[in-house]
Design a protein around this ligand. Sequence first.
Ligand code: CP
Ligand code: NVA
Length: 321
Amino acid sequence: MDRHLLAIDDVSEDFETILRWAIAFKSSWKSGNEVALNFMPLDTLTVGSIYEKPSTRTRVSFEVGISRLGGQPLTLLKNDIQLGSSESVSDTAQVLSRFLGAMTYRCFAHADVVELAKHATVPVLNALSDKHHPCQAAADLMTVLEHFGDEKITLAWVGDGNNVLHDYMLASVMLGYDFKYATPKGYEPDEDVVKRAQEIASTTDASIFSTNDPIEAVKDANVVYTDVFISMGEEHLKDKVEAFDGFQVNMDLIQHMDENWAFMHCLPAHRGDEVTDEVMDHENSIVFDQAENRMWAQMSLLVYLINPDAWEAMGEFIGLT
Ligand code: CP
Ligand code: NVA
């Protein structure tokens, strides 16, 4: 079986265990447990990460997480390698597979990470494409589980129908959460992703509600999540922001939520645009837990995809069956 992560529903079968592994491993590691601290399932492996776009969280969380698992991170910035200018994605995949234990790829066109995975003989993880951001969604739902435990809560999204929404919606319904989203007219999520999410929701007792009204989306919800209005690669679409009038997450919007509310953002945030300082810095904002969890969730995903035997063994040790 190909063990790739191109979109979060690629791991739908084991998703909850992947997150519970990450939560339990984080706790063991932070409490100084020797077995967790000495867990080196990526020993002797180099994991290469190709970036066509800038990154703070993804790059640092992969580099540190891979090192903590005994592997060697190798960051490959697009301007420093032959990919694109003089070498195809498929040739790059075949060459890098001879050296690396796995690859991560942040690209513009989602078709490129699909192509890399098609020709790679090692696991490929999508580190953000224009359509999906599965590593983000794993950290997001890990954070929701850590923060709310097993409570049956409602998750909401206010903003663009973009890559982050796609995987957040898929991941939420994979865990059985009711999900509501508001996007401006013309900026709805891709229909094929909504269809996939609806199919999953029908098997997990989750519901999906869509609207163009932010208040309707957040009404009585426990989590509101937003992202920038203009994603990387869309800088030429500056006029797009006009459609987002009324889509800022501020305290006026929050007052419609359940009193047990939390604010989430994948970051980087454009304070004053999609969110106010007051919400970002509120005690109910869990954005920095979310950012930290990028590393723990990716560590679980990396071991699951690269060394499943070690993942199972550590799962047993930290109390998962
Ligand atoms: N959230 C996220 O992917 O951040 P970076 O662009 O900094 O990696
Ligand atoms: N939607 C944003 C997410 C950044 C982490 C982008 O693609 O630029």
